[in-house]
Ligand binder design. Structure first.
Ligand SMILES: O=C[C@H](O)[C@H](O)[C@H](O)COP(=O)(O)O
Length: 233
């Protein structure tokens, strides 16, 4: 089974948690897109759901596929969000934002009663941090915010390059009009401490650590999909 097939398997297993009438957050990224495609098949076969997209990219795909969408303002409380991740640890703490959608993803996940993460097995890690942590920042005062992030990391014994994300030769801009700094710390032994340090920096809009948000992870490997509960790897 190749990587795409594993993403499809995880997405298919997640679809079993979707029931008619649900208000559904729909994630961003290649795995979430496989979910959107399978969801669209179910919708055309009669499943009735209302989706809230976590990015302009997901909204565009869902519109093309015929998945009914509402805004989060129209549906401020959701039953379930299904989304991908860049890393998942045994406590179901996540790194997200590789596709730049972390802010809307976190807002949508926080508005949902449950969040199911879907991923192929390459995303499961013992300690978070090999994947650079995306930190969404306000463009104003970027140099100052970068220094404050560096100092916050140092206080926790973390170091590593802080790279302003680029796209096609330009600075990458999120759906919310912000920039992203990708922080290559290598290891993040205490995600809660780092989260709270980053949250105290005014120029940091949000970061890609999702703590106590995912209620279930569906991880696909060559033998098929398995579920992970928090601290039950
Ligand atoms: O901003 C993007 C999201 O957090 C994605 O869910 C994450 O990057 C995983 O994407 P993929 O399924 O393409 O690996």
């Amino acid at each position: 089974m190749d990587a795409r097939q594993m993403k499809i398997e995880a997405a298919r297993a997640a679809l079993a948690h979707v029931e008619s009438g649900m208000r559904l957050g729909i994630g961003t990224g290649s795995t979430a897109e496989e979910f959107a495609r399978l969801l669209a098949e179910k919708v055309s076969a009669g499943l009735s759901i209302q989706g809230v997209p976590t990015s302009e990219r997901t909204a565009k795909l869902c519109n093309e596929l015929g998945v009914p969408l509402k805004s989060l303002d129209e549906l401020p409380e959701l039953d379930l969000t299904i989304d991908g991740a860049d890393e998942v640890d045994g406590a179901l703490t996540l790194i997200k934002g590789g596709g730049g959608a972390l802010l809307r993803e976190k807002i949508v996940a926080a508005s949902s009663a449950r969040m199911i993460v879907i991923a192929d097995q390459s995303k499961v890690v013992e300690t978070l941090g090999a994947f650079p942590l995306p930190i969404e920042v306000n463009p104003f005062g970027l140099a100052s915010t970068r220094i404050l992030i560096d100092r916050a990391a140092s206080r926790l014994g973390l170091s590593g390059s802080l790279n302003l994300r680029q796209s096609g030769g330009d600075t990458f801009v999120t759906d919310g009009g912000h920039f992203i700094i990708d922080a290559s710390f290598g290891r993040i032994p205490d995600a809660e401490a780092l989260s709270s340090e980053l949250n105290s920096i005014p120029g940091v809009v949000e970061h890609g650590l999702f703590i106590h948000m995912a209620t279930l992870a569906i991880i696909a490997g060559p033998a098929g999909a398995r579920t992970l509960q928090a601290n039950n790897t």
